[in-house]
Design a protein around this ligand. Structure first.
Ligand SMILES: [Fe+2]
Length: 178
């Protein structure tokens, strides 16, 4: 049913590098929120969990003299643009369906309006679910980017979410076959 799993994505070298940079715990928590929200909003949980897991892979380290510089970040950040491109490349490399890769990349591009001159985006349901999932895990001062988790616990949480997504499809298929 799914030719690329969250586990495949998580184990990809590019994901390993960039998920760490913006916080693995935040990425995984956002993906779990996206799963629940996707079911609630009638959105495809496969696409929602993938976009949520990868939504922040475009972050760059804005430092001045070894210190995180929020004003530099605010001024120069394009993480949604960069992330959409990185996620799309990674998904295509893993063999994702190009239509799905595009939908996921668009949801990442539009998960925040903080980089736009003025907000007011008209979001599609998938895009809204990813934005809501991100907000659900945010902490004041950007602290959600700094929570720590060891790699094997992270992998177990990702595999568990894969099982939830697969189980969701199995129940959907059963409903359709009755
Ligand atoms: Fe985020």
């Amino acid at each position: 049913m799914r030719n690329v799993t969250l586990t495949d994505i998580f184990l990809h070298p590019s994901a390993q590098k960039y998920l760490d940079r913006s916080g693995l715990v935040h990425a995984i928590s956002t993906a779990y929120h996206a799963f629940s929200l996707a079911k609630e909003h009638g959105v495809n949980p496969d696409l929602a969990t993938k976009a949520a897991l990868l939504h922040d892979v475009g972050h760059y380290t804005w430092y001045t003299n070894g210190q995180w510089d929020y004003s530099l970040y605010k001024e120069n950040d394009i993480h949604a643009i960069k992330g959409a491109e990185r996620a799309h490349k990674l998904l295509i490399e893993l063999g994702e369906d190009p239509r799905k890769a595009k939908e996921i990349a668009l949801a990442i591009l539009l998960h925040t309006d903080s980089y736009l001159p003025q907000g007011q985006l008209q979001l599609l349901p998938l895009q809204r679910v990813v934005a809501l999932a991100d907000e659900a895990d945010e902490e004041p001062g950007g602290l959600h980017h700094y929570r720590k988790l060891d790699k094997s616990t992270a992998l177990n949480r990702i595999k568990n979410l894969d099982r939830l997504v697969d189980a969701h499809y199995e129940t959907q298929n059963l409903k359709h076959s009755v």
